[in-house]
Design a protein around this ligand. Structure first.
Ligand SMILES: C[S@@+](CC[C@H](N)C(=O)[O-])C[C@H]1O[C@@H](n2cnc3c(N)ncnc32)[C@H](O)[C@@H]1O
Length: 341
């Protein structure tokens, strides 16, 4: 994507500083002056600007360093370490300034060479991390720094929110980005919201920041992740409406409390469904139910979910369902928006 904020020349410096402060300035492309207007490259659209502006795709972007794509990098890497580099799959994720790649076992002996190469090539990376998997229950990544700084705690900016986290110690998935964005657009004004599996606040922070809820309670079981969650509430200046709670949601989630419940955890979510239903204020509200499902079973899974809820004594219908990402061959991470009551 080659998105740019376009402003009149007299506003350019103020606009540039504003975008830099928000972390939205794309340093990989050059600022271009065209007569009386200036194109300032951005990594994503700003929610607002202190000066009049328009957004545009740049017709002829100019790169500060060579344009990057995963395939280009792979070709370059093949020249250095040989055709083995073709085994690299799945692209990369840039979380803050930490570049993450999935490294197959066969390339493991070459990991430091690969890491140094990626570090030298990517203009925004400070560390390169090889990821080999994520533990199921507490989503603890198995990851190793293969180049750059060993301290991988970073600030990741997205949709006008900032997340402090260490991608070597907590889960933060690039594949869930659209869902995080969707949370910022929900009609949750004046609602009380419960996040049963908060992580570092991936879903509830954008919701709290952009939808004007009355109150948000975010529960996280793992102490290390909870510490980041608490910090992120502060960093996003949400202390007055958002609270974090450490514990197992099965034990600490309140009952008769929320208008909306986020269940952003897809391992055996049915185990947590009774608790989510009990948490709804007056037995009514919306549950965002995440699960793993085969694509062809998407509708059936929705029907089964409504039946399960009926067995628990509630009336429900599916307002929407979305595929978030592919999880494994023929397994999809999906979310159902369930209206209860
Ligand atoms: C996969 S992360 C998801 C974060 C966020 N909800 C999202 O969808 O991007 C799930 C989080 O739930 C936490 N978790 C797992 N079981 C839990 C439980 N029983 N109660 C509270 N948190 C739990 C894990 O520690 C992890 O941080």
């Amino acid at each position: 994507m080659t998105l740019a904020v376009v402003v009149e020349r007299i506003h350019a410096e103020r606009a540039r500083r504003h975008l830099l402060r928000l972390g939205l300035l794309d340093k990989g492309r050059r600022i271009i002056v065209k007569g009386n207007v200036v194109e300032i490259p951005v990594v994503e659209a700003p929610a607002s600007m202190p000066v009049p502006f328009t957004l545009a795709e740049q017709a002829s972007p100019q790169y500060a360093s060579p344009p990057l794509s995963f395939d280009q990098l792979k070709r370059e890497l093949c020249r250095r370490i040989g055709e083995k580099a073709q085994l690299l799959r799945g692209g990369w994720e840039l979380i803050g300034d930490v570049l993450i790649i999935n490294l197959p076992e066969e390339l493991y002996p070459l990991r430091h060479e690969i890491g140094e190469f990626l570090l030298s090539f990517h203009p925004r990376a400070r560390s390169v991390v090889a990821r080999r998997g994520i533990s199921e229950e507490l989503r603890y990544p198995e990851a190793e720094v293969i180049a750059g700084e060993s301290n991988t705690t970073t600030l990741h900016k997205e949709h006008g929110c900032v997340f402090k986290l260490d991608p070597c110690r907590v889960m933060f998935s690039a594949g869930n980005m659209e869902e995080r964005k969707r949370m910022a657009q929900l009609p949750a004004r004046d609602e009380v919201v419960l996040d049963m599996f908060a992580g570092v606040g991936q879903l509830s922070i954008p919701l709290a920041k952009h939808t004007s809820p009355r109150k948000v309670l975010a529960i996280e079981k793992r102490p290390e992740t909870y510490e980041f969650l608490k910090e992120n509430i502060k960093l996003n200046r949400l202390d007055s409406i958002m609270q974090a709670k450490l514990g197992d949601c099965l034990e600490v989630a309140p009952t008769d409390f929320a208008n909306r419940v986020l269940m952003g955890y897809f391992f055996s979510p049915q185990r947590f469904l009774p608790k989510a239903l009990e948490a709804l204020k007056g037995g009514e509200g919306v549950i965002h139910y995440h699960t793993l499902v085969a694509k062809e079973a998407l509708d059936k899974e929705g029907e089964a979910l409504v039946e399960r809820i009926a067995e628990l004594g509630y009336k429900a219908k599916i307002a929407q369902r979305r595929i978030i990402k592919s999880y494994a061959p023929k397994r999809w991470h999906a979310v159902y928006d369930v209206v209860v009551g």
